[in-house]
Design a binder for this molecule. Structure first.
Ligand code: SF4
Length: 354
């Protein structure tokens, strides 16, 4: 409501809204909503009513929005449940439905304005400051074991590509580490280098693979013994996760909150909490869907919101510019829009070398 209306109703607003003195009424914004939307407040005598409208203070409005959302969602779910049998019997729609829960419609982080701007020497410190836990874990395992198995190479390699590593840098990075272990340079060049070039679209079908989003990491290809890929919030044993968080100096109360979220299967929220605790912010202000988004937001925050802002908006706009339909259809599998699942499976099978 406007300031004029608020001043006119100030006495009534103060008398009918518990905890609102005249001064507080002046400070706070009020919203005029239909009585039907504020029944709970009305029932608890916590709101001023006039001519079929409730005058709701800002601090109560989220409950109304939430209620509204809940009602719409449950209607939509009921409608979906009713229509599902007939939709499922249509074989043209079946594959679409099967992929729906894995779909991701955000930026695919394949177009990076900062390609080549990150040096290999920076990766160790970036992995501590700005990598999400899944990538930090992969980086640590790579440094410790001088090797990562197929799933880890795919997940971590595409993430590094997404943060800006060029093909040449990626080849150097992986080779340096692998030859510290059991792989000799010749074996690396003959075997592993091919898969890295493949990720960059330089071999095989020349698909420019996109980094995995959280949903894909969480939902598919769970790690087995000796693997380090996956999402630690989803795939780690809670006790091991706790130890890891302790090692990374997360305070005990933060660990408890994270483990509660994990228990409720809110893995991405647990990761958001980890972001907040490691960046010392109360609210990250975005909804986390992608490890590369985590990295970009972290860098933006650590650089005072300047450096990567440009890169962020560029990444979104170039994505839209290139093909808005493709952007909507991006399902976060490591594929371009014209690569089928069968082709992908073939690729996965091709790279099974550990
Ligand atoms: Fe990585 Fe996403 Fe899991 Fe965070 S929620 S650890 S970014 S997969």
């Amino acid at each position: 409501i406007s300031e004029d209306v608020k001043n006119e109703l100030a006495n009534e607003l103060s008398a009918s809204t518990p905890g609102f003195s005249m001064i507080k009424v002046k400070e706070q914004q009020f919203y005029k909503v239909g009585l039907a939307d504020a029944v709970d407040l009305f029932r608890a005598r916590r709101v001023f009513i006039k001519d079929g409208f409730a005058y709701v203070p800002l601090k109560e409005i989220d409950a109304i929005v939430l209620n509204n959302y809940r009602t719409k969602l449950s209607k939509a779910l009921a409608l979906t449940a009713r229509s599902l049998p007939s939709i499922q019997s249509d074989e043209r729609l079946q594959p679409l439905l099967n992929h729906l829960s894995h779909s991701y419609v955000g930026p695919d982080y394949s177009v990076q304005k900062n390609t080549g701007k990150i040096s290999l020497e920076q990766i160790d410190s970036l992995s501590v400051k700005s990598f999400p836990l899944c990538m930090r874990q992969l980086h640590r395992a790579l440094r410790d074991n001088h090797h990562l198995r197929h799933g880890g190479r795919m997940q971590y390699g595409l993430f590094l590509k997404g943060i800006g590593l060029t093909l040449e840098q990626a080849l150097e990075f992986w080779k340096k580490e692998f030859i510290r272990g059991k792989v000799d340079p010749d074996k690396f060049d003959k075997g592993y280098a091919y898969s890295i070039r493949h990720n960059y679209g330089k071999e095989g079908k020349r698909t420019d693979y996109t980094p995995y989003c959280c949903m894909k990491i969480i939902m598919s290809n769970p790690p087995s013994q000796g693997d380090y890929h996956g999402c630690p919030f989803r795939h780690s044993d809670p006790e091991l996760l706790k130890q890891k968080l302790q090692l990374y100096k997360i305070p005990p109360s933060g660990i408890t909150q994270i483990l509660e979220l994990v228990k409720g299967m809110h893995y991405q929220l647990a990761c958001q909490k980890y972001f907040e605790l490691t960046h010392d912010v109360d609210d990250i202000g975005f909804s986390l869907n992608h490890p590369n988004q985590y990295f970009t937001e972290s860098q933006k925050l650590l650089s005072g919101g300047k450096e990567l802002k440009k890169e962020l908006s560029n990444s979104g706009s170039s994505h839209q510019k290139s093909n808005s339909q493709e952007s909507m259809n991006s399902n976060c599998t490591p594929t371009s829009s014209n690569t089928t699942d069968a082709e992908l499976e073939g690729l996965e099978a091709y790279f099974t070398e550990d």
